[in-house]
Design a protein around this ligand. Structure first.
Ligand SMILES: Cc1ncc(COP(=O)(O)O)c(C=O)c1O
Length: 434
């Protein structure tokens, strides 16, 4: 046996080709630094789990172990516990979805559902259409199955239907096989924008007529700050949409319980893929969540989360208009993220070490594009730090940005301050996120 190893890794030459897509994301590399207590981290999208009373969880856990201990500790169904799947229907009904319990497949977080869907659909070289910018770790999955990611343009109302139409025509003319459209239509990660109802219908119509499956990823839909957002895309289209949900943001990510709602035929393949990967999702955490949903005021708890995140969103928007009036940003009506646009000549990735030195962390925009886009964008997460820390974090960020602009100005013969800036003012979102 011969393997072309090197000093750092003797197995370097043995890895499958698809592992080339498994590069550590910028978000991941950041976690080590950003978790130092003196750093205000606006980087990771960690839910504020302290807003969930612990006794609610321990109570559900005690009852499960007392009444159904041997079942909770045993392997379960590859599709997921029937009692939990029934409750998942109630959760999805809040977003207009009517479905059969037979079509729900419980997974180890929705991240695992992304993996399973990709596994059953993608051959190397297949195209995944993804909104630009897109959730970074979905793109890591797509790349690890050797998909080619093609972005479709967004603006402050989400995906732009006409741009999608043109992109599909272009790819088809080039002979590409498009397997699905990946979208986070409600309070998107990272852009914080929401696809309008009219556009949802139009995009579904485009995908229907082009024979393209829609992968609707919806972790944040119930975390709205004003009125509820438009109903899920899956609420109007059953056969052409795989819908992903999760308890990570409305309860806690530590349970690692999410789900896929798939058209009947696809569901069968998903269950087989789930069994091949994990035999069955955790019986223990599924039963605890089922018990929680049966006995606790879970809608009230979601309301508590909404209040916490709304206050933090407000703190971030206020701090941005106080400290960074020359940048522009999206105004999310729910979820965890604000998408910041810097003056066009700044590079958020190369600025990051300076930001960390100033004790503030963020995620550079390039993490959310497969094609090098997003150089002057930043994702700011307001979900975890308290309002005071958010304000302090934005103040530190403004110091970094202003310092960077000064530096650029010093070394530039031709560009006096203020340097070229993207259009946009105060809380007006940028017209084009791409
Ligand atoms: C858009 C999106 N999809 C999927 C996930 C994965 O969530 P989980 O696996 O915890 O359900 C996340 C987590 O942040 C996300 O933002």
């Amino acid at each position: 046996m011969t393997t072309a190893g090197n000093n750092l890794d003797p197995w370097y030459g043995s890895y499958a080709e698809r592992t080339a897509g498994l590069a550590a994301s910028e978000v991941r590399a950041l976690f080590a630094v950003a978790s130092r207590p003196e750093v205000v981290s606006l980087a990771g999208g960690m839910p504020y789990v302290s807003a969930l009373p612990r006794e609610i969880v321990t109570g559900a856990m005690d009852r499960v172990m007392r009444d159904r201990g041997p079942i909770a500790l045993q392997y379960g169904s590859g599709q997921g516990a029937p009692a939990l799947r029934e409750h998942i229907l109630e959760v999805m009904a809040l977003e207009g979805i009517r479905a059969s319990v037979d079509d729900v497949v419980v997974t180890t977080g929705s991240q695992h559902a992304l993996e399973l869907v990709t596994k059953i659909f993608i051959d190397p070289g297949d195209v995944v259409l993804a909104e630009g910018p897109s959730y970074v770790t979905a793109m890591v999955v797509f790349k690890s199955y050797q998909a080619v990611i093609e972005h479709s343009e967004m603006d402050e109302h989400g995906l732009v239907p006409e741009a999608l139409r043109q992109k599909i025509a272009y790819l088809k003319a080039a002979g590409k096989t498009i397997k699905f459209l990946y979208t986070v239509p409600t309070f998107s990660n990272p852009a914080g924008v929401t696809l309008t109802w009219e556009r949802r219908l139009e995009i579904l119509e485009i995908c229907r007529s082009e024979g393209i499956l829609v992968l609707e990823d919806n972790p944040y839909g119930l975390l709205y700050f004003g009125g509820p957002p438009p109903h899920a895309m899956r609420s109007v289209e059953e056969d052409g949409v795989i819908y992903l949900g999760t308890f990570s943001k409305t309860l806690a990510p530590g349970f690692r319980v999410g789900w896929a709602l798939a058209p009947h035929a696809i569901r069968e393949k998903l269950i087989l893929a789930n069994e091949a990967a994990v035999l069955s999702p955790s019986s223990f955490t599924q039963l605890i969540i089922a018990e929680y949903l049966a006995t606790a005021d879970w809608k009230g708890q979601i309301d508590t989360f909404r209040g916490v995140y709304r206050e933090r969103r407000d703190a971030m928007l206020q701090a941005l208009s106080d400290y960074l009036p020359d940048t522009s940003w999206t105004v999310p009506n729910g979820g965890f993220y604000v998408w910041l646009t810097l003056p066009a000549n700044l590079d958020s990735k190369s600025m990051l070490p300076r930001a960390v030195k100033e004790l503030v962390a963020y995620t550079p925009g390039t993490a959310f594009y497969a094609d090098g886009g997003g150089r002057n964008k930043i994702r700011l997460a307001f979900c975890y730090p308290t309002p005071d820390f958010i304000r302090e974090g934005i103040r530190r960020l403004s110091t970094v940005i202003n310092g960077e602009l000064e530096l650029l100005n010093t070394f530039s013969q031709t560009a006096p301050l203020p340097l070229q800036r993207d259009k946009g003012s105060l809380i007006n979102p940028p017209a084009n996120l791409g």
